[in-house]
Design a protein around this ligand. Structure first.
Ligand code: ATP
Length: 204
């Protein structure tokens, strides 16, 4: 059965940690491909303004263009409602067919937030989760998962942690650097940096 990774986020902008970690997840999770799914608006952050969807999408397309295992999916951008992951998973499962197994690729910051996600319990029953450790959100905190979803779910998550470098890179910091006129070279792929600078994406 083909294993397909689903990597969701606001990708505002996509950065090197996303790419390095998605590749580690693909490699260790034996994924046939990784679908990058930019959110229209994160349901848990409805008031946080994002760069326009078209620009976030274009930056992602530029970032993944040279990896034949990476693809961008617009399922969430094309939907009207907030980007609930469970709905995305069901929509993609239907589109991909029975021979595919979806694996959700998620950073530990988002995993620890999962108890607040829409129908999270159903979601973790329906997909395998591949966890990416993020600095500041240590794996030991996954024990909180137990009180919400039970010991079995916690054990499953712990088994699925992807071995990868800890990368202290965030889109928030990249936006901040741009606003301060500082360099973002090497924090995003060169083509993404060119796009950001040419289009003034994060200028106020
Ligand atoms: P922002 O700073 O705007 O919140 P972000 O850098 O967290 O953005 P997102 O697009 O929100 O990027 O993240 C998409 C996914 O990638 C989430 O699952 C998040 O946990 C994960 N992720 C992002 N950066 C890292 C990182 N440095 N280490 C591990 N996981 C990460």
């Amino acid at each position: 059965m083909a294993r397909i990774g689903l990597f969701g986020g606001s990708f505002d902008p996509v950065h090197v940690a996303h790419l390095i970690l998605a590749e580690c997840a693909r490699d260790q999770g034996a994924l046939e491909k990784v679908l990058f799914v930019p959110a229209r608006q994160a349901p848990n952050k409805p008031d946080v303004p994002l760069a326009p969807a078209g620009e976030r999408l274009r930056m992602l397309q530029l970032a993944v263009a040279q990896n034949p295992y990476f693809e961008v999916s617009t399922v969430e951008l094309d939907r009207e409602e907030p980007s609930y992951t469970l709905l995305t998973v069901r929509q993609l499962k239907e589109a991909l067919g029975r021979d595919c197994r979806l694996c959700l690729v998620v950073g530990t910051d988002s995993i620890l937030d999962m108890p607040h996600w829409w129908h999270a319990e159903e979601l973790i029953r329906e997909v395998e989760v591949l966890a990416l450790e993020r600095p500041g959100f240590p794996l030991r905190d996954l024990r909180r998962f137990r009180s919400c979803f039970g010991a079995e779910a916690e054990a499953r998550i712990r088994k699925s942690v992807v071995k990868a470098p800890l990368l202290e890179v965030s889109a928030t910091e990249i936006r901040q650097r741009l606003r301060q006129g500082r360099s973002i070279r090497y924090l995003v792929p060169e083509r993404v940096r060119d796009y950001i600078l040419a289009h003034g994406v994060y200028l106020l």
